[in-house]
Design a binder for this molecule. Structure first.
Ligand code: PNS
Length: 170
């Protein structure tokens, strides 16, 4: 473990697409740490066929959502491929922040945090409990609802609702 202060954190994810749950974690990390970078993983093989939205689209939607929240100047958004720990070192971050919803998140996140800590003991893994109103929100639920024609505007920012409508032809 390093005794250097954690002054810059990465919030990593696939963000396919970004939800109000993710943005809640970003807002809270922004309150706690001087510098926040949202790291958008290429995740090319996720769900077998890869993400629904391209890496550029996912980055763009986050930037526009941060703009709506007046956080665009305070939070960086950057794509990455390869290991999260390497990306953190590249941007000079000393910690990783993730949101935890139910217990089902816990085992997966603990495994990731253990592996990351093994590969990069200098990086701290920090978890924030999701706000109760966003505990059930996930990108996969948003994708499924949108593909079935449901209105998801209470789960995602306007920019995302619009892109989902275009993608699923609603
Ligand atoms: O929002 P997600 O899709 O659950 O985020 C998962 C993510 C992107 C954070 C995770 O898959 C990740 O860290 N990917 C980068 C590759 C990596 O470092 N894998 C080993 C972690 S132990």
């Amino acid at each position: 473990m390093s005794d250097t202060k954690v002054d810059h954190v990465v919030i990593p994810g696939t963000f396919d697409p970004v939800t109000y749950g993710h943005l809640d974690v970003v807002k809270r990390a922004h309150r706690m740490f001087p510098r926040v970078t949202v790291g958008v993983a290429a995740s090319a093989t996720k769900h077998g066929t890869g993400p629904v939205f391209s890496l550029e689209e996912r980055v763009c939607m986050i930037e526009e959502a941060l703009d709506e929240l007046a956080l665009a100047d305070a939070v960086d958004v950057s794509p990455f491929s390869g290991l999260l720990v390497d990306f953190c070192h590249e941007v000079g971050a000393r910690g990783v922040v993730k949101g935890l919803r139910a217990m089902t998140d816990f085992e997966y996140e603990l495994q990731q945090a253990d592996l990351n800590s093994h590969m990069a003991p200098d990086l701290e893994s920090i978890f924030v409990m999701s706000s109760p109103e966003y505990g059930y929100v996930s990108s996969s639920i948003v994708r499924e609802m949108a593909s079935l024609g449901a209105d998801v505007s209470f789960l995602v920012p306007n920019v995302v609702s619009e892109r989902l409508r275009e993608r699923f032809g609603m």
